[in-house]
Design a protein around this ligand. Sequence first.
Ligand SMILES: [Zn+2]
Length: 249
Amino acid sequence: MPTCVECGTSVQDLYTKYSEDNIRLTSCDHCHQFADKYIEYDFVIIFIDMLLLKPQVYRHLLFNRISQTGHGIESNITRFAILLILFEVYIKWFRLERCCTQYNSIFIHKPLYYQYLYILALCILEFVVFHCCVCLALRVYYQNQNKVIRYNYISMALIISSFGKMLLILMVIWEYEQLEYSWLVSITVLASNVEALSVYLDLSYVKTLFIVGLGIISRIIAQLLFLRTTFVDIGLDDSPFLRTKWLSL
Ligand SMILES: [Zn+2]
């Protein structure tokens, strides 16, 4: 059932269609505002509202854009998730190249396909661990409550709200000297993850932040373990400072 983006109550429909280009938005009986104003909005405005962390836009995307009867991840969201992972690979590679050149690591002398597959494996691992740990934390949190959690929608909420990672491309275009600026993008992604999950689960920001925080800690631990077990293989074992650099990748 569609949802009013303003107050979150269910509505019968979002609009009435009179002809091909003539629709009338439905007003919500509860809050007396348009149930979903974003139906008529351009994608650019939707994107800006996502950046501004407006809960209405996340209700629109999570309740009214995604089919509420599916069991898996929608194909366009799967494609977006793949794009995010590939993008992360590119950014990690970009950082690593600078890092290894600075400390003369033999990793950059390995074949390109080896470097790519290594970073791709790391990114996929981080993605899977983050999603699984957030779902696990929610399962533990709701185990004594009579609430049905649809984990595929949790994953879709996390994927959609990770759009902020795309902003990292600006670092490549503008060639920042200090890669540490990326923490600003990480905070944007964290904030939008919390906003999306909070809206979807109707959970307070503090509790949602705690759950997403557990996912991030698990992702860092997974990254550490992955790097620890492969340091010798990639020739980074004799460069302790590089290890700490890797952690900020
Ligand atoms: Zn309403």
